[in-house]
Design a protein around this ligand. Sequence first.
Ligand code: ADQ
Length: 446
Amino acid sequence: MKRFVVVANRLPVDAGPGGLVSALQPITRSSGGAWVGWTGNPDERPEPFEHEGVHIHPVELSADDIDRYYEGQSNSTIWPLFHDGVEPSVHHRPWRVAYQAVNMRFAEAAAAVAAEGATVWVHDYQLMLVPGMLRELRPDLRIGFFLHIPFPPVELFMQLPRRTDFVRGLLGADLVGFQQPLAAQNFLRLTTQLLGLRPEGERVEYEGRTVTARAFPISIDVSEIDELAADPEVQEEARRLRKDLGGDRRLLLLGVDRLDYTKGIDQRIEAYGELLADGTVSNEEAVLVQVATPSRMRVAQYQQLRERVEREVGRINGEFGDVGRAPLHYLFQSRSRAELVALYLAADIMLVTPLRDGMNLVAKEYVAARRDEGGALVLSEFTGAASELSDAFLVNPYDVDDLKRGINAAIAASPDDLAARMRKMRETVRANDVGRWAKQFLEALG
Ligand code: ADQ
């Protein structure tokens, strides 16, 4: 039985060194805690085991569960709706039923490993019913929940079938954390609209308990990125990349994202194509590298996005390219952390232009990598990161002209201006590491 339990869709095994894992692994390890989650493979449930000092408790998902709970309800119903409905949210009863059943499986697994009075921290939109279910099973626990994605405005949330279940699910927690203050407000407003509750400030009374809803903007493991950026091999790789792409006279623009329709990849490529077409930049002067990690490729909307992006990449290279020199390099690949940091170091302009994003860690990683105070960040207003990184070149990604304006402003800025902006952004990121984020959440949870 454990005093501290993390519950997340994925286990911190084979998942790569993501921010969440590096933030929670040390706390989980030092408290002798447990992690409840899925291995990532269908129909597999290894016995609980130890991994880097953490007790791992696998939850099994069948191929049907993955179809319905994960790709269906989580990624085709909730994900698009919570990102402003940038793609239509699809609803199917069997998905909802599977979501409920899988959430119960996670809640039961957590209930089985948590000691009397333990702290349980549940993560993200795949598991929004878990806090309520766990509260029923184990009223003695301290339960926290953190939502990594945006929480939509009331009018949008109201479209969700069985919407009240989700609000009740979240109210099972003692502390509900969001990326942005506005998200916490949206949630509290819903408790009034759907349940007639009366929030006061960030607190609301529900079934005789006090639930707090507050923003805890997530961050990155700054020292991990900093160490990679200081590594001579990584710096050498950055120089090699620049040389391969045409040397210092060619401006390097960079995009790094999961291939997801919320990330604004197609709008970004369209804006770059227009800059080439109207002669603002030429193939001799500039090159865009877009790294797009394959993601959720069994979901139709993601396949369609891939087709759109690849068609546009082909069009731009066909129209503006030359033998041996392409204006756009598109990599439908995942890259190692070291390679990503080398790209960050090489890039003159980082393009982070999502239509909506809870936070966006790529923007923070770019800033953390730029120990040289070089480079420019073009950042969408609709990311959580924009509230902290207000010294970036902020853009509205829905407006191609505004995207182009932002890119042009970054191209035209003086080295002094860029360094001053980067210095301020680096101070912000360095002062708000992911370790601090986790500590603040857990202190507030008590
Ligand atoms: P994501 O939507 O996955 O996260 P993001 O915050 O950008 O988006 O995190 C992506 C991570 O994957 C970064 O650490 C990045 O370095 C890495 N990555 C991206 N492309 C890669 C590639 N080609 N190769 C290797 N690694 C790559 C969700 C929410 C975000 C929120 C985070 C954390 O959607 O808004 O910031 O959770 O809460």
